[in-house]
Write a protein that binds this ligand. Structure first.
Ligand code: ADP
Length: 227
């Protein structure tokens, strides 16, 4: 059987360990996300979703347990190898777009590709194609401040997909939008994920959005259980 694209096994994480303000956020969280699978991570605010996504995305390390990305376990590897794995295999989307304000939509999507050594003309062509796939190629030359909230998030989705990752990690990707816009923009994200065939772990507290994913897990008391 193929390795899952993401495998988390017995992940634990405690902040401020041994101090009076110690918080044991993750207490043995385990999850596998298969190829092309979209999994919803449902939990109230403060439950530890961002902590889990940061560990899955190799932005933070667990106290114990193992993370595997497409069968590779970066645990004991150098920071450089972890960075390469993160850049090539993982795309991130946050609640806020975090686009670079001085660059256009097109440039924001081209930049991570240039960092991976893709020639400029190819990077821009791919950026334009991604913008077209979420219906906003006409906004290519706009800077983030000249885009609506929904458009900014669409650009952020395109940027996350720019380097054709295998795994998308999203932290409340439409949490900052009004309900109607959220619904449409989430549809654009799902279409992009399905088109590219990548796997996704998407945190949300919106059960209607979670219902549109393949499978859902709930985070409770630092563990993940199927819903
Ligand atoms: P969620 O994304 O579900 O809202 P988080 O993962 O951001 O949850 O946080 C889970 C818990 O861990 C919260 O109680 C938060 O205050 C705490 N926490 C998060 N990051 C840190 C940190 N760097 N230091 C101390 N506590 C933290």
């Amino acid at each position: 059987m193929n390795d899952p694209v993401l495998r988390l096994s017995g992940i634990t994480k405690t902040y401020n360990s041994g101090q009076p303000n110690e918080v044991a956020v993750l207490r043995g969280a385990s999850l596998s996300v298969g190829r092309g699978e979209v999994v919803g991570l449902v939990a109230p605010s403060g439950a530890g979703k961002s902590t889990l996504l940061h560990i899955a995305g190799l932005l933070d390390t667990a106290d114990a347990g193992e993370v595997a990305i497409a069968g590779e376990t970066p645990g004991g590897k150098s920071d450089r190898r972890r960075t390469i794995l993160r850049r090539q295999e993982i795309g991130f989307v946050y609640q806020f777009h975090h686009l670079l304000p001085e660059f256009t939509a097109l440039e924001n999507i081209a930049l991570p590709q240039l960092a991976n050594g893709i020639p400029k003309a190819d990077a821009e062509a791919r950026a334009l194609q991604l913008l077209a796939s979420v219906g906003i190629e006409s906004r290519a030359q706009h800077r983030p401040a000249a885009l609506s909230g929904g458009e900014q998030q669409r650009v952020a989705f395109c940027r996350a997909m720019a380097n054709t990752p295998r795994l998308l990690l999203a932290d409340e990707p439409t949490g900052n939008l009004d309900p109607d816009t959220s619904d449409t923009v989430f549809g654009a994200l799902m279409a992009l994920v399905r088109d590219t065939g990548l796997s996704a772990l998407i945190a949300t507290h919106n059960l209607e959005l979670a219902a549109r994913m393949d499978r859902r897990v709930r985070m409770e008391a630092g563990k993940l259980t199927p819903i």
